[in-house]
Design a protein around this ligand. Structure first.
Ligand code: GLN
Length: 534
């Protein structure tokens, strides 16, 4: 256990969706900009071992790390804000905690003791938190506890926080995020829900050190004093978090509220530097003052829940700012596209992106959209399933194999242009068994991808089972459908591009996971540039 690491817990009260992830990432950004090493961790109170098996409608996007962990989408925010990769250790679920405790019990490691929530589950939670700090010797570990205080499932986590505070008081603080609602009939901001939610934490033995209060209206000094007095915190520890125009404003707002300063004061840490958000603010300026605008159709089957495509939408924000362009996303449901209406659905768009996905639903609409992009020379970018569908579309409409398909959708097709690799065939378990995480890829010189990255060797993150079928590679290439990114170890096709098209690029990997504010992703930047030329 590192003696020096400080632990900051972020809990939530009153309602869910207050933006704990963004507040945590913003605080981390401020501490990082003062020169500290910081990491962020998310504890999820559900029983799934990871969100990899969850439907996006349940949980939004599943974010994938370099080491192949399927994680909560908040880890995407952490990486985009800090520009530092996360790993499996940054996302822990109740399922994972219980799995590891039960495995230890089966190995006899508890020496005949009765295995209980306290101390065994709480010990395992504390171990997962502290191991992250000590392994990498971070100055700060910020741990966000999913859910809302009072939920039955988050109780063991809150208890672990209580114990950590009790064991190493000087190294641990708790920030509680709450809501201060505005009652328009009374014309007043109300503090009672916050008082009650702090009381709930107190019932579990945890006194928060700092309150971050979400509000639609400014909190004046007298209301801050009132909250401080009733919730037993210092009045400089009542931090206002007012609704912001974009999530990227939040670090700046938190700096103005001196959240980082109060955190350092409470933990008794001296800082040599003031926070320096210069580069961040440059990005923010470009993001908010674009010189151009483009419309890009995002075609997917989960478009009703935009969180399903969180990293893609954010990658467009980063790439847009890099091109001084506002990217307006037109969300198009793939099940609503037919040959008859595709021109109308995609009328006026400057680019088309076909999103990742699983299963048959919406496939026909995606095929129509890609055909439209190919024939009308509209810039196209396909990601994962998007690349697979581009392959199917080309095989059907150019190579002349009307039954070409992926064996995911049609197991016994005559022309399996996308198929399962041998090592996937014997897998029965669904969780954590795809091709996951970072793999190298060699780019073909002179290709659009090579131009975008400006180098030959890249590494990108994967999350899929099916692959381009290399038996067909020669035929595709002869017809102008080129493999421009190849895995050097396996020979698998990772990027394809079309000749005689202004921009038609698709990747088997997920570039969106690696786009950050400071490092917009090269393929998104080049795609947005291509839409501007159109
Ligand atoms: N369903 C496809 C596969 O498993 C694509 C997955 C994805 O788009 N992430 O290969």
């Amino acid at each position: 256990m590192s003696e020096n690491t400080k632990y900051i817990f972020v809990t939530g009260g009153v309602t869910s969706s207050l933006g704990k992830g963004i507040i945590s990432a913003s605080l981390a950004k401020l501490l990082q900009s003062r020169g500290f090493s910081v990491t962020l961790q998310k504890l999820d109170p559900y029983i799934n071992v990871d969100p990899g098996t969850l439907n996006p409608y349940e949980h939004g996007e599943c974010f994938v790390t370099d080491d192949g962990a399927e994680t909560d989408l908040d880890l995407g925010h952490y990486e985009r804000f800090l520009n530092v990769p996360t790993s499996q250790s940054n996302n822990i679920t109740t399922g994972r905690i219980y799995q590891s405790v039960i495995e230890k019990e089966r190995r006899g490691e508890y020496l005949g003791k009765t295995v209980q929530i306290i101390p065994h589950i709480t010990d395992e939670i504390k171990r997962c938190i502290q191991i992250l700090g000590s392994k990498n010797d971070f100055d700060f570990v910020i741990t966000e506890i999913g859910g809302t205080v009072g939920d039955i499932e988050s109780l063991p986590y809150i208890e672990a926080v209580r114990q950590m505070k009790w064991e190493r008081d000087e190294d641990v603080i708790v920030i509680h995020l709450t809501l201060i609602p505005f009652l328009s009939a009374a014309g007043e901001l109300k503090t009672k829900p916050t008082q009650h939610s702090v009381k709930m934490l107190l019932e579990n033995g945890v006194q928060p050190d700092i309150l971050v209060c979400r509000t639609e209206h400014e909190l004046n000094q007298s209301i801050r004093n009132k909250i401080a007095k009733f919730c037993n915190v210092t009045s400089n520890a009542v931090i206002q978090s007012i609704d912001a125009e974009t999530i990227y404003d939040v670090p700046v707002l938190m700096m103005e509220e001196k959240l980082d300063e109060v955190v350092l004061e409470k933990l008794n840490v001296k800082s040599k530097k003031k926070p320096d958000l210069k580069k961040w603010e440059d990005f923010l300026y470009r993001h908010k003052h674009p010189k151009h605008q483009v419309t890009i159709a995002l075609i997917g089957k989960y478009v009703e829940l935009k969180d399903s495509y969180k990293s893609i939408a954010e990658a467009f924000n980063h790439a847009g700012a890099a091109n001084e362009t506002h990217v307006d996303i037109r969300w198009v449901h793939s099940e609503e596209i037919y040959a008859k209406n595709v021109a109308e659905k995609l009328d006026g768009v400057d680019g088309i992106l076909v999103a990742p996905g699983f299963g048959s639903r919406g496939i026909d609409g995606k095929i129509e959209a890609i055909k439209y992009a190919r024939e009308n020379k509209i810039p196209f970018f396909g990601i994962c399933l998007g690349m697979q569908i581009a392959t199917i579309e080309f095989a059907r409409n150019v190579l002349g194999y009307p039954d070409a398909h992926s064996t995911e959708m049609k197991e016994y097709t005559q022309h399996p242009v996308i198929c399962l690799m041998a090592e996937q065939k014997s897998i029965v378990n669904k969780g954590g068994t795809m091709r996951l995480g970072s793999y190298p890829c060699r780019l073909v010189k002179g290709s659009k991808a090579y131009k975008a990255y400006g180098k030959e060797m890249i590494e990108e993150r994967h999350r899929h089972r099916f692959e381009f079928n290399n038996d067909y590679k020669e035929q595709f290439e002869k017809a102008g459908f080129k493999a421009t990114g190849i895995n050097p170890d396996s020979g698998l096709v990772e990027i394809i591009e079309l000749d005689n098209h202004p921009y038609f690029v698709a990747a088997q990997f997920h570039p969106e996971y690696k786009s950050t504010v400071m490092n917009p992703h090269p393929l998104f930047v080049s795609f947005v540039k291509a839409t501007l030329k159109k």
